[in-house]
Design a protein around this ligand. Structure first.
Ligand code: UDP
Length: 248
């Protein structure tokens, strides 16, 4: 076929440029966690487990900081990628990429909760990638918000919390420019081909928590940024609705 324009806009999995991959949540997959879900987003799958400990980090006690704390850990299971990925523990150090991603997840969650209302406890948010096909950080954030909500619900039901500390729900999505075309929610093959890669973390009132945008051996204009933000924000609205459906 010689229709280059059509070829350029055809996505690996036949999606429209503004179409998300299908998203599903399977809640309570880790019964010993306070809240858990498996987010399946296209072929990317992330196990999100939230555990609550009735204690705060030592630095909070020492500095007399009131309220609670929330922290995140992210890792890719060895068999989550086509080529086996060695565990950090075997290498003896945490991967720079994993560290960056877990700090991003922590910031996203801290924007979704009132730490004062949480009281003197620590929330551990563990995100383990079962299968990676692009967008694992956005899947981790979108999934772990559901796990966090389930955990908070449990604490409220047990009477450990008198008031719901959750603020506006938070979701995340990737957008990119592939063959000059802005695309929502890149899968791995699109991510590799993308000239620009933008991850958005946004709450339910449309406020940004984080934007990670990079030109990969390329640059992008303000008009392209505007187009990517519009695509991303529409995707976020769908993801927030999917989270609420999973929590209903
Ligand atoms: N990836 C991989 N091995 C790695 C890191 C990444 O196979 O060690 C793949 C995986 O499919 C991942 C994609 O590359 O989803 C894009 O990685 P990136 O660092 O952009 O993060 P992500 O899009 O997963 O948030």
């Amino acid at each position: 076929m010689t229709d280059l324009a059509a070829t350029a806009t055809t996505r690996a999995d036949g999606r429209q440029p503004n179409q998300l991959r299908p998203v599903r949540f399977q809640n309570h997959i880790a019964p010993y966690a306070t809240g858990s879900t498996l987010i399946e987003w296209g072929s990317t799958r992330v196990i999100c487990g939230v555990t609550v400990e009735e204690t705060v980090p030592r630095w909070m006690k020492e500095q007399n900081v009131s309220g609670g704390w929330i922290t995140a850990e992210y890792s890719m299971l060895p068999y989550s990628t086509l080529q086996r990925k060695q565990r950090d523990i075997t290498k003896g150090k945490i991967d720079g990429r994993s560290q960056e991603i877990q700090r991003l997840i922590g910031r996203a969650l801290r924007a979704a909760i009132n730490l004062e209302l949480l009281g003197p406890r620590t929330i551990w948010a563990d995100c383990d990638v079962l299968q990676a096909d692009g967008g694992t950080r956005t899947a981790a954030i979108t999934g772990v918000y559901v796990a966090l909500s389930l955990a908070i619900r449990k604490l409220l039901a047990e009477g450990k919390l008198a008031k719901d500390p959750l603020l506006h729900p938070v979701a995340a999505v990737s957008v990119g420019i592939v063959h000059q075309q802005p695309l929502l929610d890149l899968c791995y093959t699109e991510d590799v081909a993308a000239a620009v890669d933008l991850n958005l973390v946004v709450n339910a009132v449309g406020e940004f928590i984080e934007l990670q945008g990079t030109g990969e051996e390329s640059t992008f204009s303000e008009a392209q940024l505007t187009a990517m933000l519009a695509l991303g924000k529409a995707g976020i609205r769908e993801l927030l609705a999917a989270q609420q459906a999973a929590l209903a």
